[in-house]
Structure formats: structure tokens, C-alpha cells
Design a protein around this ligand. Structure first.
Ligand SMILES: Nc1ncnc2c1ncn2[C@@H]1O[C@H](COP(=O)(O)OP(=O)(O)O)[C@@H](O)[C@H]1O
Ligand SMILES: [Mg+2]
Length: 239
């Protein structure tokens, strides 16, 4: 990459995170959002798509976790215009039910790539890849499925966020320990814990982001009535 041709960026919908990334997620990247339950992965994935729809971009939410009505309700609670986005054809929610093992596996390894490409989406969210583990019987099959899914997203030309549960013993790493390897970028969402063991807030950091400079410090964030907000200026004192 030459200095005169920076990678185009897609604003994430979170101003402070864009500031840390010099504008947003690099176009065409597969970005992993990893964190313990409740750290806002689903929220950030939705926020990223809604930012796209606000700009007139087509987006796809591939949900393994929540049913479609449930997911739309989550977005409505943040006051985001999901119903308009769905009606206007800018947001498509696809459900991939991990309980329908054979069907879902076939779809990932077969038509999903074509499905995603034909939708012409500029942004894709997959929530969460941790549930792919339910589809695969052993480690090689798990790996194949994850790679097929990430490959289908990448080949569609969209910019993708994958969410993954963090390993409770090592919360900066995904529980499957694999998702990092298919991703061009990793954002770790986590709890801040005070010395007395109490959880005192949330903080995130950009662990890696290929082909672009980014802030490496841990920055506090909050989940409020309108979604995630990141304080890109606060100096983190540890904890
Ligand atoms: N409407 C809301 N207003 C404020 N905070 C919310 C709202 N909805 C969810 N949250 C916060 O977001 C958290 C869940 O975020 P979520 O994106 O589901 O996390 P994850 O996907 O990482 O498990 C909840 O625990 C809650 O603290
Ligand atoms: Mg979630």
C-alpha cells in the first residue's frame, strides 16, 4: 500500500471507534468482534449495519443466535429504524439455525456464497460464529465451516463483522481459538475489573487491523439507550 492510496474505510456507526481506526473498518475486511456475553457484540454488529443503511448501503445480518423477530426487537429498543431498513430492502436478516445442523452446514458450504453475492451487500454481520461449533462434529470440520463462512463473506465483496464469544479464562481470545485466524482485524470488547474484583465498566481495544494504522490503547465504552459509544480520548489507568 502506498501512502497516496489509503484503504477506503467504512464508518462503524460508533464515532469513537472510527477515531481509533482512522475512519472505520477497512473496506473488504473481515473483522472479528470478540468478548464475553453482554459486552455488546450483537449491539455493535447491528450498529455497523444500521450505519450502512443510513448511507443507502445494502446490508445482511446472518443470525445464528437470535430469531429474526427477536433481533429486530433488540434493534428497535435502541431506537434504530430497522423496520424501515427491512422494508426499504437495505437490511436483510437471514437466520441460520444451529439446531438444523445438516441444512445449515450444506448452506454454508454450498449456496451461501452465491446468496450473499447476489444480495449485493456492502456490509455483512455474522452473529455469532461461536455457534458454528454446534454444527461441526470435530475440530477439522469446525475449521472448514468457519473458513467456508468467512470465505463466502469475503468473496461477496462486502465488509464483514463476525462476533465470537471470548474464552472466559482468557477473555482477549475467542473461545474457539480459530476465529482470529480468519479475520483481518480483531476488536476485543471486555469488562474492566477493579482490584476488589468488582466489574467497573467496559473497555475495548483494537488488537489488529491489517493494512491500516490504528490506536492500540484500551479505551472505555458504554452501552446506552442508542447503542455503543467509545471514549477514544480517555487515558486508561489499568484495572
Ligand atoms: N436498550 C438498551 N439500552 C441500554 N443498554 C442496553 C440495551 N440493550 C442492551 N443493553 C446492554 O447491552 C448488553 C447486551 O449487549 P449484547 O450486544 O447483546 O452483548 P453480547 O452480544 O456481547 O452478548 C446488555 O447486557 C445491556 O447491558
Ligand atoms: Mg450477542
Amino acid at each position: 500500500m502506498s501512502a497516496s492510496s489509503p484503504v477506503p474505510k467504512l464508518p462503524t456507526g460508533v464515532a469513537g471507534l472510527d477515531e481509533m481506526l482512522g475512519g472505520g473498518f477497512p473496506s473488504g475486511h473481515v473483522v472479528l468482534l470478540t468478548g464475553l456475553p453482554g459486552t455488546g457484540k450483537t449491539c455493535l454488529a447491528l450498529q455497523f449495519l444500521l450505519e450502512g443503511t443510513r448511507r443507502g448501503e445494502k446490508t445482511v445480518f446472518l443470525s445464528l443466535e437470535e430469531d429474526v423477530p427477536q433481533l429486530l426487537d433488540t434493534a428497535r429498543q435502541f431506537g434504530w429504524p430497522v423496520d424501515e431498513a427491512v422494508k426499504g430492502g437495505l437490511l436483510k436478516v437471514l437466520r441460520l439455525d444451529p439446531k438444523e445442523t445438516r441444512q445449515s452446514l450444506h448452506r454454508i458450504q454450498g449456496e451461501l456464497g452465491h446468496e450473499l453475492a447476489s444480495l449485493g451487500a456492502k456490509r455483512i454481520a455474522v452473529d455469532s460464529v461461536s455457534l458454528l461449533n454446534m454444527l461441526a462434529e470435530d475440530e477439522p470440520a469446525r475449521r472448514l465451516t468457519l473458513f467456508a463462512l468467512a470465505g463466502a463473506c469475503r468473496a461477496s465483496g462486502a465488509t464483514t463483522v463476525l462476533t465470537a464469544e471470548a474464552d472466559p479464562r482468557h477473555p482477549e481470545v475467542s473461545r474457539d481459538g480459530l476465529s482470529e485466524y480468519v479475520a483481518d482485524g480483531v476488536v476485543v470488547l471486555g469488562y474492566r475489573t477493579a482490584v476488589d474484583g468488582h466489574r467497573v465498566g467496559l473497555a475495548l481495544r483494537v488488537l489488529k487491523m491489517r493494512r491500516t494504522p490504528h490506536v492500540r490503547t484500551v479505551q472505555p465504552y458504554a452501552i446506552g439507550a442508542n447503542g455503543l459509544t467509545v471514549d477514544a480520548k480517555a487515558v486508561d489507568l489499568g484495572g
